[in-house]
Design a protein around this ligand. Structure first.
Ligand code: ADP
Ligand code: MG
Length: 715
């Protein structure tokens, strides 16, 4: 029995009818081998049982008719396009089929030929007509259901040529070895590989096709899960972690001193993390929680577990501004918290020592911090991701928290491993709401905790899509009223993805316009990506201190900015933003018990249907997970693992929405195979396919995950 790899080395030119010219056409789709060809799945299927009679088909309706060609004329139009007109009858009526730029149809559709024509029925000069219908020569291909291949006309190939080559390829390939063990197939009611590949191209019935699709979807998802689960187990096996002391009392005292009780979700996730920390295997966990869910507290609890056992903690943010903000809030949360001092004073207590280290730290301060980290005088250090990449040595790094990451991968993890005698426990935090199934795919090598409950006392943000001038006026009036009431506001400027220079200029224009127009008399500040770090900090400080009423800003405020007095946000040209991004932005308001508003400005008449759906979804709900599902549905699916090999995306059939249940099953199966006594060694065929179709390496680097995440959550 053959393996897929064997098909990968056979060039398409081996097939009858594929010469150099046709091979070029196939290459347009990235199809060069027989494997590429059989993995080029049909886009849709024609079901011949749905055949109509010419006379019964209504004008404007799409349909399929079987008829006999009565006459053919080929000529050129005035602008030298080739035109073939074919007159067809099926006994019930006459139909004229018009083909532009398909001169070869004159030879294909000779008088007397029987063929199926699929297209939209038009009326032209009193005649029934189809323009460029799909043609199936009856007798060429049998079967009630006929596959139609994607975009085949573009490459100068017909769907029927593709179909016949695939058929030949499958026939010559013979039986294919199955990489999935029979008991697994049985449990999920899946057909074998050969049957599935055959039936996806040449289904005998709709049921047949369904079964084939199910099997191939499972295969796609299983390969991804095998990669992720294997990576997870490898990490766990190789690394020796720290079995932390979770009952040391420091964390408890920290919680008791908080001015508010923990939410149920916070208690639950802290316990989940605690179990990981107590275990000798290094933790590798994702903490997912919507904006404002209180992730910082959970993270800090984990860091304090390390501290109470005599280890250190590191907290890493993606930007300096955020690092500074976290440093400030961690300091205030820890104020007055003490732990037993070591050394001469037996009953001495000392405060928890927290420091910050960024690229703005002066050289002398830097070397002081380096010494203090190496000697263990610092308990918790806050910094940017650079913290772990630089040559900073810890006495004993016990827990590392990485906030808002999209770019933390294998390399950075390796860097962490060098930070101490044992591998630290890692907690990754994200506010990106990731649907469960997608999380299993994107972050499948991490364990996941979900903070799915907001602290009490938050009032949901009232969101309005301002569809026209009247509603826009209402938005500005709301800003003025809130400022009059002692609150503050954000105005988010139009997103210009191509150039942050243009974006900065447009932000400046918005600022100028508003300060002399709608918001004249208010104290406005301007913040955009082109400002220097110092200027940014000045503006942010002024806004935090309340000496600025309205912050006019680009999406630099998207992540983490925390000013509780801000109660209104106005987003200009909101339809240009992605759904996830708008949700993140909206999270900047509604941070206190005061009522908050978010106005999304976008002229109804010029918003595309997708944009409308996004804005309506935001008006309807503030649940990040629900929005993420909407987003996934709007944008469809594509490559998750990154395109390792051109033309071989990893999700051809599977849809994370439609096939949610199968994501879970594939993951379950992957764990079973990886964790079995012999492990993956017992399944060399599967391992081989994973390498062949997903790339030989594990493909887990940072950029790639970023790419995957961006694909899923940016518009
Ligand atoms: P996230 O990082 O998840 O967006 P933060 O950790 O910044 O959220 O928390 C947002 C705000 O909620 C902070 O001001 C924090 O002090 C507050 N907070 C956190 N947990 C609670 C709680 N259990 N009850 C009340 N307020 C809380
Ligand atoms: Mg945060």
């Amino acid at each position: 029995m053959r393996r897929l790899r064997q098909l990968a080395v056979i060039p398409v030119t081996e097939l009858a009818g594929v010469g150099p010219k046709k091979a070029e056409g196939l290459a347009v789709f990235g199809i060069t081998s027989v494997l590429d060809l059989v993995l080029h799945y049909p886009r849709r299927y024609l079901d011949r049982t749905n055949q109509a009679r010419i006379a019964d088909l209504a004008i404007g309706e799409e349909g399929m008719v079987l008829g006999r060609v009565r006459s053919v004329q080929a000529r050129r139009t005035r602008n030298r396009r080739s035109l073939v007109e074919v007159d067809v009858t099926d006994g019930s009526g006459y139909l004229r089929c018009t083909f532009f730029n398909q001169g070869w149809r004159a030879n294909q559709l000779k008088a007397g030929t029987n063929a199926v024509f699929f297209g939209r029925l038009e009326e032209f000069q009193g005649r029934r007509r189809m323009t460029n219908p799909v043609v199936d020569l009856v007798g060429d291909r049998t079967g009630r259901i006929v596959a139609v291949y994607p975009q085949s006309d573009k490459a100068g190939l017909t769907t029927w040529e593709l179909g016949s080559w695939v058929e030949e390829a499958l026939e010559r390939a013979g039986a294919l070895a199955d990489p999935v063990p029979a008991p697994v197939l049985q449990r999920y009611g899946l057909v074998d590989r050969s049957t599935a590949l055959h039936a996806i191209h040449l289904p005998a019935s709709a049921d047949d096709h369904r079964a084939a699709r199910r099997r191939l979807v499972f295969d796609e998802l299983l390969r991804i899960q095998v990669v992720l689960v294997r990576r997870k187990r490898d990490l766990e096996r190789r690394a020796v972690g720290i079995p932390h002391d979770v009952a040391g009392g420091l964390v408890e005292r920290f919680h008791e001193r908080l001015p508010f009780p923990l939410t149920g979700a916070q208690r639950r996730t802290i316990a989940e993390i605690g179990d990981d920390l107590a275990a000798p295997v290094p933790m590798h966990r994702l903490l997912q929680g919507d904006v404002g869910a209180g992730k910082t507290l959970v993270a800090l609890s984990a860091l304090l577990v390390a501290v109470q056992g005599g280890h250190q903690g590191a907290f890493m943010a993606p930007t300096e501004v955020l690092a500074e903000q976290h440093h400030a809030s961690i300091r205030s949360l820890l104020e007055g918290l003490t732990l037993a001092a070591e050394g001469d004073n037996l009953f001495g207590e000392r405060p928890v020592r927290v420091e910050i280290l960024t690229s703005r730290t002066t050289p002398s301060e830097r070397s002081r911090l380096a010494r203090a980290l190496a000697s263990g005088e610092i308990d918790v250090v806050v910094g940017t991701h650079a913290l772990i990449q630089e040559r900073v040595a810890f006495r004993s790094l016990g827990v590392a928290v990485i906030d808002e990451q999209h770019r933390f991968g294998v390399e950075q993890r390796a860097a962490l491993r060098d930070k101490g005698p044992a591998v630290p426990d890692v907690l990754v935090m994200t506010a990106t709401p990731i649907p469960r199934t997608a999380a299993m795919t994107v972050y499948g090598d991490l364990d996941v905790s979900v903070l799915d409950e907001l602290p009490p006392g938050r009032t949901p943000v009232t969101t309005r899509w301002a569809r026209g001038g009247l509603e826009e006026a209402e938005a500005w009036a709301c800003v003025a009223a809130e400022v009059a009431a002692g609150h503050q506001a954000y105005v988010v400027c139009p997103l210009i993805e191509e150039s942050d220079k243009l974006e900065a200029r447009s932000a400046q224009e918005t600022y100028d316009h508003l300060s002399t127009g709608e918001l004249s008399g208010l104290r406005l500040g301007l913040l955009h990506g082109r400002l220097g770090a110092k200027d940014k900090e000045l503006v942010m400080d002024a806004f935090r201190a309340g000496t600025i009423d309205v912050l006019v800003a680009t999406t630099v405020i998207e992540v983490g900015v925390d000013v509780a007095k801000a109660t209104v946000m106005v987003v200009i040209d909101a339809d240009r933003f992605g759904l996830a991004q708008l949700h993140q932005l909206r999270g900047r308001v509604g941070r206190s018990s005061a009522s908050s508003w978010c106005y999304l400005l976008a002229d109804e008449t010029s918003v595309a249907p997708d944009g409308q759906a996004r804005l309506e979804a935001l008006e309807r709900t503030s649940d990040g997970f629900e929005l993420a599902e909407v987003d996934l549905g709007l944008r469809g699916e594509g490559t998750l693992m990154g395109a390792h090999q051109k033309g071989r995306s990893d999700l051809r059939l599977a849809s994370l929405r439609r096939d949610q249940a199968w994501v879970g099953r594939a993951r379950e199966a992957a764990f079973e195979l990886v964790d079995s006594e012999e492990g993956l060694a017992a399944h060399p065929l599967l391992v081989d396919e994973v390498a062949l179709l997903l790339g030989a390496d594990d493909g887990g680097d940072a950029d790639e995950r970023a790419e995957r995440t961006e694909f899923l959550f940016k518009s």
